[in-house]
Design a protein around this ligand. Structure first.
Ligand code: F6R
Length: 241
């Protein structure tokens, strides 16, 4: 794992946004794995700024998002579909048909999981995967568990995740289930960047980097990936030895 510690979230966004722009310029037909939540917002803002300055095109880029809530219409303001269009895709020249999400309202969750896994494989796999980390060490919605998962699946969210994300649900109850890529789907990405900002992530970051590899702290599995870069702000890095 390569660790890069910067002063704050804004600096990470600038640096990582620049990395994405250079990556897409070098690999115009790349496949990006994308995350939602507060963590990627400064990076997405930097990408949009560069696009608007005419520096890069996403016309041939394909994306796969990590996860989506179940039982929430995709038009709801808190769906990850809406989040991605509002915060990134609407500003870019990306083609709608190249944007992929898990369907949290699928009639058959197993079939939907297989469809997504197959779509990732058919696209040639993920070249560069963005990850945030939960306070409990989750990546995507792989919550602490007895074993590492592999392909996409439907997950029951833990109380820690419900507590962290329910602040966004002011008009409807927060879903307790989600569809998520599995750990295997994430680990098969060729390159991974994980960003953690803020003091609330410091304990999970310490476990991820310095602890044993265990499904009880799912992000720790990244120690076994050959190409991971972790971007931390000072607060998230504060417990590292
Ligand atoms: C979101 C996702 C989650 C978040 C994590 C951190 O697509 O997969 O694992 O990255 O819950 O969320 P924030 O960034 O809101 O602290």
């Amino acid at each position: 794992m390569k660790i890069i510690t910067l002063e704050n979230a804004a600096q990470i966004g600038e640096q990582l946004g620049r990395y994405y722009v250079d990556f897409v310029k070098a690999h115009p037909s790349c496949v990006l794995g994308l995350a939602t939540g507060a963590t990627p917002l400064p990076t997405y803002a930097a990408i949009v700024k560069a696009f608007q300055a005419g520096e890069v095109s996403f016309a041939d880029v394909t994306t796969f998002n990590l996860d989506e809530y179940c039982d929430l219409p995709k038009e709801n303001k808190n769906s990850y579909y809406t989040f991605m269009w509002q915060n990134l895709f609407q500003y870019l020249d990306i083609k709608k048909e190249n944007v992929n999400f898990l369907d949290g309202n699928a009639a058959d969750y197993d079939a939907e999981s297989r469809r997504y896994a197959e779509a990732i494989r058919a696209a040639g796999g993920i070249d560069l995967q963005f990850l945030g980390i939960g306070r409990n060490g989750h990546i995507a919605f792989n919550e602490p568990a007895d074993a590492f998962t592999d392909e996409p699946f439907r997950v029951a969210l833990t109380q820690s995740t419900i507590d962290a994300n329910s602040i966004y649900f002011d008009d409807a109850p927060m879903p307790h289930y989600a569809m998520t890529m599995g750990i295997g789907s994430i680990m098969r990405s060729k390159q991974i960047v994980l960003v953690a900002t803020g003091e609330s992530k410091a304990q999970a970051v310490k476990g991820m980097i310095e602890g044993e590899v265990t499904p009880r702290l799912p992000a720790s599995v990244l120690q076994q990936h050959a190409d991971v870069t972790v971007y931390l702000d000072k607060a998230a890095a504060s417990l590292l030895g």
